[in-house]
Design a protein around this ligand. Sequence first.
Ligand code: NAD
Ligand code: LMR
Length: 329
Amino acid sequence: MTATPVTVTVTGAAGQIGYALLFRIASGQMLGPDTPVRLRLLEIPQGVKAAEGTAMELDDCAFPLLAGIDITDDARAGFDGTNVALLVGARPRTKGMERADLLEANGGIFKPQGEAINAVAADDVRVLVVGNPANTNALITSANAPDVPADRFTAMTRLDHNRALTQVARRAGVPVDEVRRLTIWGNHSATQYPDLFHVEVGGAPAPALVEDESWLLDDFVPTVATRGAAIIEARGASSAASAANAAVDHVRDWVQGTREGDWTSAGIVSDGSYGVPEGLVSSFPVTSRGGAWEIVQGLEIGDLSRERIDRSVAELVEERDAVRELGLV
Ligand SMILES: NC(=O)c1ccc[n+]([C@@H]2O[C@H](COP(=O)([O-])OP(=O)(O)OC[C@H]3O[C@@H](n4cnc5c(N)ncnc54)[C@H](O)[C@@H]3O)[C@@H](O)[C@H]2O)c1
Ligand SMILES: O=C(O)C[C@H](O)C(=O)O
């Protein structure tokens, strides 16, 4: 066991995802069985009492890896020395709210959090933005933390990736573990493009998945892209346990590496690959080695995929332009 615990900050710690996430982190499922963790729970003042309740429950689990818990409503205290920051707390869209209002309201959260990360986080800080609109919130956070390398800021599309894996496994009639090389491109929104053109099933290419265009375009893509709304409709609340699970998967793979012969999907700052404008936070096929994401290069992108990727990227450009106009980036 390493002597120094890793400090993990979770914002929105008293929310639904926070409740599903903190216990997984404290049990070692995110950073591994040999890494002690110190948790920082960052909430707004109204959320602090509930976060204290969650902390009591964490204490009551007697997790051997849990080295301590701090609760705060102050961003600087919350990110002080943090190594991994999970930005979950966000302003949800409410009735009658336009997208620009939503971006502005979230700018009020992610701009100061970016500034605080810039000022006080550890040199090796890695940030995952879960709170929606996740890609553009990650862009705002990164833009307001100019001293932290941009490749440390990511947005979560792992839930979309996992959703797509299950749909493909069902279709192919195989265990989910046999599905590899699937990609989510673009925005974590209904415009995202889950791409099956490079998928392998049981170690072999699976052309049958894309040959049935009506299944692909009328069933698979919309099922994955609108799954969040379907969960809200069924549960009366947005996905929480599956979102927490995806956050654990994302950080685990980032820190510990992706498996050989496979890749995953993550929203990362574009270097211009695949025609995605540099600087946008877009989902790509990625591998991780040595604690850094790398975009999988050289994939052939056909006309159908090109059109779908461009559509989602155009939405990201619109969001970026809107937050630029608001002076948030
Ligand atoms: N990227 C994804 O795949 C994905 C999936 C599911 C949900 N989400 C998003 O995750 C976010 C959280 O979802 P939830 O179900 O936990 O919501 P929730 O409303 O249950 O919890 C959000 C928590 O954030 C807190 N909060 C608000 N502003 C804050 C701030 N400035 N600092 C710290 N905490 C703050 C609130 O007090 C609340 O406790 C939402 O934006 C949701 O849309 C993203
Ligand atoms: O919270 C939402 O709007 C949905 C969420 O992003 C999801 O994909 O489940």
